[in-house]
Write a protein that binds this ligand. Structure first.
Ligand code: GLY
Length: 339
């Protein structure tokens, strides 16, 4: 895959990068300053989270905590059968089983909870919250996570929708001409097989400056059974430090785990970087690791001053923000452009 490099990637110093970013954002009519509304409430999410930021903001305005806001915002997307990268309707693993991952962090206590390779439970974000609140542990996976969910009264259900089953079957049948599965006649193939990597990340800060975050995913489509990506890895798919800010990710989990991305973004912000250069600097580490041929990855971040940003390795990604007055979809900053 060929790629061109954005002007801001060529500027190596943090200061130069910040100036370049601001210029480009100004040209697009963007801003990443604190909310203009009187509430000082702010929620951001990945581009599939417009309903999540609206729900989260409604909860904050009603006096709910940032943890209630981000978890219940993300639950809306986990429940949506049309989002094939999260919760119910998420694309399954190579065996046709939906396996979900999620993490949560609550800034005021620094507490964290996560679940991985979870089957039959549509809301892994709620379960991750329970791991955080009702155990002495941080991370439960597989059968143990399922048993914990059932102990708390979660409902076991088949998470594979008819649409997701059809996508999986097409992938399975077209995988190889050396196995026993035969591809359907060409006229029946409605779309090119692909392996999407949908995820939602949602971060919120309230009027007291308390911050929480959630990341939830069904992982890369048709993954190896048992594969866990970055989303439930505290420090990779999500990190919250109530004194500094929060960050989360979507995209290629393996690339992100290798740079411990969300924690790296937060540490850059602790050193004084604004959210956008902090995200871009972390993405540069991925580019360097992959020596010019990186998979796509995006970061979302907000800081204690309520500045916020999102940046993607490749041009074209979007993110959502609610500043207390309205929900908006905005373009992410980026480093590389696919030719
Ligand atoms: N970022 C989601 C995953 O890699 O599973």
């Amino acid at each position: 895959m060929g790629a061109t490099i954005s002007r801001r990637f060529l500027l190596s110093s943090t200061l130069a990068s910040s100036i370049s970013s601001l210029l480009e954002l100004d040209m697009m009519g963007q801003s990443q300053s604190a909310p203009q509304g009187p509430s000082q409430l702010l929620v951001i999410s990945s581009g599939n989270g417009i309903k999540a930021v609206e729900k989260a903001m409604a909860i904050l305005k009603a006096g709910g905590s940032t943890l209630d806001a981000v978890v219940e915002g993300v639950v809306l997307v986990e429940d949506d059968p049309e989002d094939d990268g999260v919760g119910y309707g998420g694309l399954p693993n190579a065996d046709g089983e939906v396996e979900l991952d999620a993490s949560v962090m609550y800034g005021p206590t620094g507490a964290a909870g996560a679940v991985g390779a979870l089957r039959y439970i549509r809301n892994p974000s709620r379960l991750a919250r329970l791991v955080m609140e009702r155990t002495n542990r941080v991370f439960l996976v597989g059968e143990g996570a399922l048993q914990f969910a059932l102990a708390h009264g979660f409902h076991k259900e088949d998470l594979l929708t008819e649409k997701s089953r059809q996508r999986w079957l097409q992938w399975k049948e077209e995988l190889s001409d050396k196995d026993d599965w035969v591809a359907p006649p060409k006229k029946e193939i409605s779309q090119k097989p692909e392996r999407p990597q949908g995820t939602i990340n949602c971060l919120a800060i309230d009027a007291q400056g308390d911050i929480s975050g959630v990341t939830s995913t069904s992982g890369i489509a048709f993954k190896m059974p048992g594969r866990v990506g970055d989303s439930p890895i505290i420090g990779a798919g999500l990190y919250v430090d109530n004194k500094v800010g929060a960050a989360g990710s979507t995209g290629n989990g393996e690339a992100n785990i290798r740079v411990v991305g969300a924690h790296t973004v937060v540490e850059f912000m602790r050193q004084g970087m604004a959210p956008e250069p902090a995200c871009l600097e972390t993405l540069r580490r991925v580019v360097n690791l992959y020596k010019g041929n990186p998979p796509n990855l995006s970061f979302y971040a907000l800081n204690k001053k309520r500045e916020f940003a999102a940046a993607s390795l490749f041009k074209g990604a979007k993110y959502c923000v609610h500043d207390g007055t309205r929900a908006m979809i905005r373009p992410c900053a980026w480093l590389l452009e696919k030719k």
